[in-house]
Structure formats: structure tokens, C-alpha cells
Write a protein that binds this ligand. Structure first.
Ligand SMILES: [Zn+2]
Length: 618
């Protein structure tokens, strides 16, 4: 028995460990000062860069995101030319005055103590290395930089409409990621970020009236106080400015926010993490933020048990600039407005701790892997927390997709997130279609395999940069089914699903039903037969391309397993085994998990509509 166990464990670990794929590492030490009178940040950055690639690097690239907030920047031009601009941006960048724009000026840059040359191209800093960086070696960059925090336009910036002084996101020169696909040094025009795994040690010096929340764990709570002090202890703050010291291990970014009016509270999720809340307490926020605490605790518990355990000790929910945006170990969300908006946004951003902060897929290339998976988990968690809509928590996601299909604006979701023709096509592709991809996989492999697969995916790929293939392989290994066909259709094309009942006839007291695949995307099919005596049967037709069938999802309904449908066949005829007089109705896809673009042909009421289907010319 012992031998058997060992062999089994060995197979298991081989099955779910990802093939080795190298990834770079960037460890930051930053010591910065924010001048709250001039809105300028000045400081130093020591970056140790480890080249784990097989390539010799002669250049490196940094992102200088603040440079996007200048009239005439690519972000400004893009926003003024796209058909459906983000209402928060529109032409606002073009109107920024000199003391309102954002910029990042590099004062000095050295590689291992030697000056190196660089040039700024929009939001990208291109650096020529003094000494080529050989495979499997490290180098250290020492930088002095000065930034001006822009008036808040999008995500980052100062003095937003809710009165938060500083949303410090995309705020420091950040090294671009390099992997087997090359450099990911994209100009910042709208959205989505990617980063290099590493440790951050950040010291922030600021006016002592300000409270800071951000990525990582505060190292000197007893020096800064502001709600960080242990109950009963008194903090004596030094005169003059205060230095806040944060450390975050194994993250891809570091964000923070500062405001003199933050209320800071802490709530412990029983199995972790410790959650910090930062918000301006007033009549618009007080009740909602109090109520939010319970949601956040339940949400972390749901995520931990359903999708894998949150790996860090702390998390912070911070009232920030606009909308909601995810960062490692924290989020910045708008704080006012109604409770459902606040709770929905916070739950969504926390889900990004799984799908972006820990499974750090390249958001620019595969935005559906973070926004879509996040949307899926958000809807399932909210249905659990509020105990409503558990039947189909994803129905509004489907409705958004159907609406995009009707609009004619749909584009394949394999595109780079910045390059969609419209913001609408991007939004529906990333959020809705990414979430629907999961719900289709769940439909194809069955619930039990699906959730097991999601946890296997998380555990196999955490602290790495998973790609579409990595995800689908884990799902294939977990379910024993072949799934690539579905991902290829759903991600690379705009082909759709449409199944219908084509015809019905009776022979020798047996009812034969012919189903047809009308659109191009093939799927396994479920047909629910309801008899006149009230009993039901689910007729399950696997798709032959999956080479397998799913376990029974709903044990309350009898399932009849049929022969697989070869994907090339336009029709499929099944025999019910009973005369039509005993049948009340049939319905294709009763769980409504297939994105069937025309459901009018899915259902037949035998008491009324049978004649229309018995005409052999149909
Ligand atoms: Zn999101």
C-alpha cells in the first residue's frame, strides 16, 4: 500500500506542476518624499534586477506612467479619437496646466555604480546598459527621480472628486517585464498593467498629518500611529515629517494613497488576512463602510475555500481616486455612492488578488484572464453573500455579451487590451467573455471538476505569469477531458453558439427529436424532457471532441447519457423512448449556461407547438 501511495503522490505532483518557465525578478528599495505643498515626489530607487532568461540583455525598459497625463500624450490623443471614450478621461488631459500635469523626471541613473544613458519615449524609459546583462546574472540600478503627481484623471493622481488628497498608483519608474515573448514595454494609453515579480521595501516621508494605506505591511506602526498603534498605546510622533516604512514580499507592484482625513480600521478574517480600511468618514460613507466589513470577511472566506488561499498577511481597502483598481495587497475604490456599488466594486477588486496579484497573467495580452475570471468569482461570491440569484449569478454577464453581438462591434478576445476599436468591445470581451469562458468550462467539465481545477490552477501557477494554455491544460488534466477546441473558438474567433430543435416525429410509440447546430461553435448539449406526469429527464449529448463526458452535476434530475455528437455533424437525432402524448415539453440548454444567441428555437411545448415541428420540410 505504501508503494501505491508514493506512486500516486508522485503522479499528482507531476500532473499539476507547471513546466519550468523562467521569469525575471526585480527587487526594489525606494526612499521617497512627497511634498504636499508642491505635489512633487522626489527620491531614490535601488533596483536589483535578476536576469533568469537565457538571453543577454543590452537594454532594459521602465514605465513612466505619469507622463501619460500631459496634453498631446498618446493617452490624451487616444481618448480624444476613440468613438466611445471613457467618461472619466474624455478631453480632460488636453486641458491640464503645467502645474497639473504628471511627469517623471529621471535625475540620475547608474548601473552597478556607472552612469548609463537613457531616453524617454512617452511613458517608456529606454535604457542602454553600460554592461550587457548575461543570462543568470544580476545587476543593480540606482536611480534618482522627481515626479509631479497629476491632478486626478484616471486611477492615479491628486485631489479627486471625493476629496482624497493622493492616489499614488503607477507612481514610480517601474521596470517592464521581459519574458520568452520579449519586452512588454507598452505605451500607457488606457489600461491594464503587468509587472516583474519581486520584493518591495518602500519608505515614504510625508507631512505628519497624513495617513497612508497601501501595498504591503507597515513596519513601524508604533512610530506613525494613525490607527496602526496597538490599542491602549500612545504614539509620540516626532516633530516635522514622518517616514512610513512598508515591505511587500513577492508582488508585482506597489501602490499607496495618502489623506489627512482617513479613518483607519482593522478587521481580522478568521483564517486571514487582516484587512485594513481607509476612508473619509462622513454621512455619505460611515454606514456603508461599516457594513462593508462583514462583506469583506465573508468574501475572503468564500474565495479562500473556493479558489485557493490568499497568501499574504494583510490587505487594505482604500478610498481612492476613481472607480476601482486592483493592486497587490490593496485596492483603491471610490468611497461614496450607494452600498451596492461600494460592495460590488470592493468584492471585484479583492478577487483580483487571485486573478492578477497572485496569478499575474499579462493583463495587456490576456485581459480576460484577470478581468473575466475576477468577474466570474465576484458574481459567485456576491450571490453567496447576499443569498440571492444563486440560480444563475452570471445572467447579466451573458446579457452584456448578447447585446454586444447584436451591436456588430464584437472583436476576438485574443487582442491586446489597448488595441480594440471601441472601449465597449474591450469591456465586454475582457469582463463578460472572460467570465463566460469559465462558465462554459464549468458547463463542459461539470461543477466538481471545475472548482477542483480552479484550485489546481491557482496552486500550480501562483506567483507566476500564467497564460491561456496553462489554464486550459490544468482544466484538461483535472477533468480528463479535451478542452482546447472550446478555448480556440471562444478566444481567437467571434464564432457563436446556436442550437435549435429542428424536427420531431413519432414512430411505433417512440418520439424522435432532431436537434441542429445552427451557428459554428460546437458544444456538448443538454435537452431537458418534461413528461406530462411532471417527471423530468436530462438527455446529455457529449461533444466527441472532448473525448469524455462530465460527471452528473444535478443529482435531483435523472440523466440519460447518449452517444457523442461528432462536431462536424449539423444535426443529431435522439430517441426518447416514449410516445409524444406522454411528453409535456422539451428544452435545449435548460441551465442556460450556453451562450446560445437565439433561444427562441430551444423550447417546444408539446401541448401547443408540436405540429410546427412534425412538418418534414422543416
Ligand atoms: Zn477588474
Amino acid at each position: 500500500m505504501r508503494t501505491f501511495t508514493v506512486v500516486f503522490l508522485l503522479c499528482f505532483s507531476v500532473a499539476f506542476s507547471q513546466d519550468y518557465r523562467w521569469q525575471q525578478r526585480a527587487d526594489y528599495f525606494m526612499d521617497v518624499r512627497l511634498d504636499v505643498k508642491t505635489h512633487k515626489v522626489s527620491g531614490t530607487q535601488k533596483l536589483t534586477y535578476t536576469n533568469n532568461s537565457p538571453d543577454t540583455l543590452r537594454k532594459v525598459y521602465y514605465h513612466l506612467y505619469y507622463n501619460a497625463f500631459q496634453p498631446g500624450s498618446m493617452m490624451d490623443v487616444r481618448s480624444r479619437n476613440i468613438a466611445d471614450p471613457d467618461g472619466r478621461v474624455t478631453d480632460r488631459i488636453s486641458k491640464l496646466k503645467d502645474d497639473e500635469i504628471g511627469y517623471q523626471h529621471i535625475e540620475n541613473l547608474k548601473q552597478d555604480g556607472k552612469d548609463i544613458s537613457y531616453k524617454v519615449i512617452g511613458t517608456i524609459l529606454e535604457v542602454d546598459l553600460a554592461k550587457p546583462l548575461l543570462p543568470k546574472t544580476k545587476t543593480t540600478f540606482d536611480m534618482k527621480f522627481t515626479s509631479q503627481v497629476p491632478v486626478q484623471i484616471r486611477r492615479s493622481g491628486r485631489n479627486n472628486r471625493e476629496g482624497i488628497a493622493y492616489s499614488m498608483t503607477q507612481w514610480y519608474p517601474k521596470l517592464a517585464e521581459y519574458d520568452y515573448q520579449g519586452w512588454h514595454a507598452y505605451q500607457y494609453v488606457a489600461r491594464e498593467f503587468h509587472g516583474v515579480w519581486g520584493d518591495f521595501d518602500v519608505k515614504i516621508t510625508i507631512d505628519p498629518a497624513f495617513v497612508i494605506g497601501g501595498t504591503g505591511k507597515l513596519q513601524n506602526p508604533d512610530k506613525v500611529g494613525h490607527g496602526y498603534e496597538k490599542p491602549g498605546t500612545k504614539v509620540t510622533r516626532p516633530a516635522g515629517e514622518l517616514t512610513w516604512h512598508f515591505v511587500a514580499k513577492n508582488v508585482i507592484d506597489f501602490a499607496w494613497a495618502a489623506d489627512p482625513d482617513y479613518t483607519h480600521s482593522i478587521v481580522q478574517v478568521p483564517e486571514g488576512p487582516e484587512v485594513h480600511f481607509f476612508f473619509q468618514k462622513n454621512e455619505k460613507t460611515a454606514d456603508n463602510w461599516k457594513k462593508l466589513e462583514d462583506y469583506v470577511v465573508k468574501h475572503f472566506q468564500f474565495m479562500n475555500r473556493t479558489f485557493g488561499k490568499y497568501p499574504y498577511e494583510v490587505y487594505s481597502v482604500i478610498q481612492g481616486g476613481d472607480g476601482g483598481m486592483e493592486y497587490p495587497m490593496c485596492t483603491l475604490v471610490l468611497g461614496e455612492g450607494n452600498f451596492n456599488g461600494l460592495a460590488g466594486t470592493t468584492v471585484h477588486e479583492i478577487c483580483h488578488s487571485w486573478y492578477q496579484a497572485v496569478l499575474a497573467s499579462n493583463e495587456s495580452l490576456y485581459p480576460w484572464m484577470d478581468e473575466g475570471f475576477t468577474t466570474f468569482a465576484t458574481d459567485e461570491s456576491l450571490a453567496m453573500i447576499t443569498n440571492t440569484g444563486a440560480e444563475n449569478p452570471h445572467s447579466s454577464t451573458y446579457a452584456g455579451y448578447f447585446s454586444l453581438v447584436r451591436s456588430g462591434l464584437q472583436e476576438p478576445i485574443s487582442q491586446h487590451s489597448d488595441h480594440y476599436t471601441t472601449n465597449r468591445a474591450y469591456g465586454t470581451a475582457a469582463y463578460n467573455m472572460g467570465s463566460m469562458l469559465l462558465n462554459h468550462v464549468k458547463y463542459i467539465v461539470g461543477s466538481e471538476n471545475f472548482y477542483k481545477g480552479m484550485r489546481n490552477y491557482y496552486n500550480a501557477w501562483k506567483f507566476r505569469h500564467p497564460e491561456p494554455n496553462d489554464f486550459i491544460r490544468v482544466m484538461e488534466k483535472t477533468s480528463g477531458m479535451q478542452l482546447r477546441w472550446f478555448m480556440s473558438y471562444w478566444v481567437n474567433t467571434t464564432k457563436r453558439i446556436d442550437y435549435g430543435v429542428k424536427s420531431i416525429f413519432e414512430r411505433e410509440k417512440n418520439t424522435f427529436i432532431t436537434l441542429e447546430r445552427i451557428a459554428e461553435l460546437p458544444m456538448p448539449v443538454e435537452l431537458l424532457v418534461t413528461y406530462r406526469d411532471g417527471s423530468k429527464e436530462l438527455h446529455y449529448i457529449p461533444l466527441n471532441e472532448t473525448i469524455g463526458s462530465k460527471p452528473i452535476d444535478d443529482k435531483s434530475v435523472k440523466r440519460v447519457d447518449l452517444e457523442a455528437w461528432p462536431w462536424v455533424n449539423p444535426t443529431y437525432t435522439l430517441a426518447i423512448g416514449k410516445p409524444s402524448a406522454e411528453i409535456a415539453s422539451i428544452e435545449l440548454d435548460p441551465s442556460m449556461r450556453m451562450a446560445d444567441i437565439d433561444r427562441k428555437n430551444n423550447k417546444v411545448d408539446f401541448t401547443k407547438d408540436l405540429k410546427a415541428y412534425t412538418n418534414p420540410t422543416r
